[in-house]
Design a protein. Structure first.
Length: 369
């Protein structure tokens, strides 16, 4: 989760039947391609970036030695790394440039579709008791847990079909971001060593994001929860662990259950000078999406500046609640007034489009109550 990608528009390639294919949690590479099957991987021609097999064998020997020096058992190292070969398909997907630039409205129209809203409401109803129990424990409203679940993996249906170890080894060997992926590979081996999942069952996206919540191995180690108490943090097939892990990530990242995420708003005419004054003068460090998010002001101040709900109504009567304007397409594009939970969602995925979709879907799911 620690590596993200964002920009003026969020880029998206994998749209299938108007349902978002799982994006994983590395947004610097997310939406570049859909997860592919093992058969598709095997059929793909090797790009020039993959060196000869002998070079990989030498590199893998060094990796084995380092894994053992880090305390990972020989049994795990042998089971996970024996007969390992780089996956050409992973490098193809890593190299592929996005072909489609989407506006916020186009993105929401593709992601927050009626089928997903209905499915989200059904899944909420089916799992209500568990979701509400998790919500009480971690302080995260159930609708946001369900919305993230729906957008990341279509409620667990699309978790990716790559061997996580093989994908991470390919990216670590490649050299373009080798340090990051080498670290994630060792984290994946730690997860296997703790027997949370078998090597053959550790599948995920081509970038190594795993399970129904699409955690990178480092995020798994930091936030995954064994909620059902069976000794394994199973984000692949145990809903209790999936929900609690997502809630724990949000809570540890600053989520507040006394707030929502934000809303679409309408800016007054000739707001350009005011908008410029409240936007960052210099690009903030960290998540690049923050370039398009203003300084915080109380709702009462935004009301005085002429900001209104999308339907023209007054802002919520919580005068001291801090909020920021988010303008992913500038003054002439859509505007949002967002709270701290929106910024927390950006820690999950550094994309204004993604965070807005999560909030919007959560609202639509909750509207059924």
């Amino acid at each position: 989760m620690s590596t993200r990608r964002s920009g003026l528009f969020h880029r998206l390639l994998c749209i299938k039947q108007n349902l978002l294919v799982p994006v994983g949690l590395i947004v610097m590479m997310a939406f570049a391609a859909c997860a592919t099957t093992a058969q598709e991987q095997a059929q793909s021609a090797p790009p020039a970036a993959i060196a000869q097999a002998g070079d990989f064998t030498t590199w893998l020997e060094g990796l084995r030695a380092e894994a053992l020096s880090r305390g990972i058992s020989n049994q795990t190292v042998t089971a996970a790394l024996s007969d390992l070969q780089p996956l050409p398909r992973v490098l193809e997907l890593d190299r592929r440039q996005p072909e489609t630039i989407m506006t916020l409205r186009q993105y929401l129209d593709r992601v927050v579709v009626e089928a997903r809203i209905k499915n989200g409401r059904d899944r909420y109803a089916e799992n209500r008791a568990l979701l509400e129990e998790v919500a009480r424990k971690y302080g995260v409203q159930p609708r946001f847990i369900v919305a993230l679940w729906g957008i990341e993996t279509n409620f667990g249906q699309n978790q990716g079909g790559f061997s996580v170890v093989q994908a991470l080894a390919t990216l670590a060997y490649d050299g373009r971001r080798s340090s990051y992926f080498r670290g994630e590979l060792f984290n994946a081996l730690k997860i296997l060593d703790a027997e949370h999942i078998a090597p053959s069952a550790m599948v995920g996206s081509w970038a190594g994001a795993m399970g129904q919540s699409q955690f990178m191995p480092s995020s798994f180690l930091s936030y995954a929860i064994d909620y059902d108490g069976d000794g394994r943090r199973d984000i692949w097939s145990t809903k209790a662990d999936v929900f609690a892990s997502a809630a724990n990530y949000l809570k540890q990242s600053g989520w507040r259950d006394d707030q929502t995420w934000g809303r679409m708003v309408k800016l007054p005419p000739n707001f350009g000078a005011t908008l410029k004054a409240v936007m960052p003068a210099e690009p903030p460090p960290g998540c690049r999406a923050n370039r398009f998010i203003s300084q915080r002001k109380p709702l009462s101040e935004w009301q005085k500046l002429g900001v209104r709900r999308a339907d023209g109504g007054d802002l919520p009567h919580r005068p001291e609640l801090q909020a920021s304007l988010a303008v992913p397409e500038g003054e002439k594009g859509p505007a949002l007034l967002v709270y701290e939970n929106f910024r927390t969602t950006l820690k999950w995925n550094c994309s204004i489009l993604f965070a807005t979709a999560v909030g919007t879907l959560a609202d639509r799911i909750a509207a059924a109550d």
